[in-house]
Design a protein around this ligand. Sequence first.
Ligand code: FPP
Length: 267
Amino acid sequence: MLMNIKRWKSFNKERVPGYSTRGEKVKADEVPRHVAIIMDGNGRWAKKRHLPRVAGHHEGMKTIRKITRVANELGIKVLTLYAFSTENWKRPKAEVDYLMKLPEEFLSTYLPELKEQNVKVQMMGHKEQIPLHTQRAINKAIRETEGNNGLILNFALNYGSRDEIMRAVKNILNDVKNGIMDENELTEEVFHRYLMTNGLQDPDLLIRTSGEIRLSNFMLWQLAYTEFVFTDVLWPDFNEEHFLDAIEEYQKRSRRFGGLKSEEQTR
Ligand code: FPP
């Protein structure tokens, strides 16, 4: 079935000139359930304009608003955004401080519309190292949207996949030691429950912007069977059209999860 969502089209005409024909290429019944994005290229975007790097991050924040909206309209269930990695603390303090202020700015500006759109805000990563003002803004958004059942907007903030896996292993060892878990019960499914994505399905689609082709310690366990789309577009320039291009690309892929396509089974 080709996409023909009236609401979506009117939204698009408003925001993306010439979009109305483009939307029909995306198949509504094959939309990925979970999309994860490595938002990259903010610094280069700013540099090209002779602006400070933080100007790129600020512009990148506006892209989050656009993509959240379109993802929700398309019926995507989860959008996970890599906003700050456990390695990003190595950046100059002024940049880190700025990045830590952005969730607050984003949420104070856009929380009302996220609520209106039925979006549920979540976060994965270690909150305790994040400044209190950032924690408060995020906790407030989580609290005020916890009853929503539209798109889950999952911010990966102070997140690192190796750290996540190491902590999961340590917690499992502890639970085995304390008799909370029998080691024979450890399956992939149980392991997943010890990860920060507990309760979320694995991403169907990963998008990385800015032309870099690597995972940068992002969701290493969860991306085992995910389709990857890499684009040269810098995150602040990434828009609804680019997002739909990525979905369209995803829909052309043949996902086999290590098996065969059903028609090949019989040959
Ligand atoms: C990578 O670009 C981007 C980041 C490390 C930060 C991403 C953050 C945002 C888009 C805004 C966050 C806002 C909220 C609301 C959480 P880069 O700086 O590495 O770019 P470069 O590779 O071109 O230097």
